[in-house]
Design a protein around this ligand. Structure first.
Ligand SMILES: [Zn+2]
Length: 326
């Protein structure tokens, strides 16, 4: 993606709470961006309207019109099929069922639109413009309220037979582990995520554990979150350190499976929980090293995601660009 910066693409990152829209060139430089709120409770017509308004503001800001765009990439949360452009269902968009979102937006804008899962978009963003530049085989992992992922094989995103591959957060790492939102139990994200860390901390505090975590949560059990645990751990609190070590352990267990299965050259980790940094990631990588084949472990390099919240929007734009060139 190194030629002409005359090419303009538009990326849309539709989240359950926010819509991020950006105009970018083929080098991944963002020319304009617009943030707005997702009216998730108001149904898909309202969300479509908000997306279109956001697109128009982003274009105005870049002094462009829709006719200047080569194509549009649309990253969506939840289960979707990039071939048909249908968003089947999303835990973040209540009431949505089999919405042909790509075709709806394409008709409204009069430009070619490509739809992709948001975590897959973020993987492409990191591959083209972030920590994974130049890689052929990459696993992208975002650890935040849950775990999302994107699998790049031989330079291409792997989407599976019906577009749903890469749901690494629902890889089972403990068959008798805690229940997961998906209906299964012991999924990776039920053990390692902001939600899991918060749940465990609240449980231990309720049981009367001696800890300063509550103090970092305004004295209120319901105020305990991953940040409160992290702050307490940094101040030396032993329960907080234990909870982060436990999350790191399970993070490493899951990583070892991914490394053995895919033999990637790089694993890129992003998402809010990864901001805990070395306290979480270093022991996780070590645990993965104890479990994975030595040869696969030696072949892999771990990196923090570089694009932050732009990874999804840039990845969606890159996906559109790539599809237009195919
Ligand atoms: Zn699950």
């Amino acid at each position: 993606m190194s030629e002409s910066s005359d090419i303009k693409v538009l990326g849309i990152d539709l989240g359950g709470t926010k819509i991020l829209t950006a105009v970018a060139n083929a080098e991944g430089e963002i020319l304009s961006r617009d943030h707005s709120i997702t009216p998730a409770e108001e149904g898909h017509e309202a969300v479509v309207k908000s997306i279109l308004e956001s697109v128009s503001r982003a274009l105005d800001q870049a002094r462009l019109t829709v006719a200047d765009l080569l194509a549009v990439g649309l990253g969506v949360p939840g289960l979707s099929n990039p071939e048909t452009g249908i968003l089947f269902t999303s835990p973040h968009l209540p009431g949505w069922k089999d919405v042909p979102l790509r075709d709806i937006i394409e008709k409204e804008l009069g430009r070619k639109v490509f739809l992709i899962n948001d975590a897959n978009a973020a993987a492409l963003g990191e591959l083209y413009f972030g920590a994974g530049r130049g890689a052929r085989n990459l696993i992208y992992i975002t650890v935040s309220t849950g775990i999302g992922g994107g699998i790049i094989i031989d330079g291409k995103i792997y989407t599976g037979s019906t577009g749903m591959a890469g749901e690494i957060g629902h890889m089972v790492v403990d068959d008798e582990g805690p229940p997961c939102d998906c209906g299964n139990r012991g999924c990776w994200e039920a053990l390692v995520s902001g939600t899991a860390l918060t749940r465990e901390a609240r449980r231990r505090v309720k049981e009367g554990a001696a800890t300063s975590i509550l103090g970092y949560a305004g004295g209120n059990i319901d105020g305990i979150n991953a940040e409160a645990v992290h702050e307490a751990a940094r101040a030396g609190d032993s329960l907080a350190k234990e909870l982060i070590a436990q999350a790191a352990y399970y993070l490493g267990v899951g990583l070892s499976s991914l490394i053995n299965i895919f033999n990637p050259e790089i694993v890129v980790i992003g998402g809010g929980l990864s901001n805990i940094g070395d306290m979480l990631l270093k022991p996780a990588f070590e645990e993965a090293g104890r479990r994975a084949y030595e040869q696969t472990y030696q072949a892999v390099h771990f990196a923090r995601a570089e694009l932050g919240r732009d990874s999804g929007v840039l990845g969606a734009a890159a996906f559109a660009l790539r599809k237009m060139r195919e």
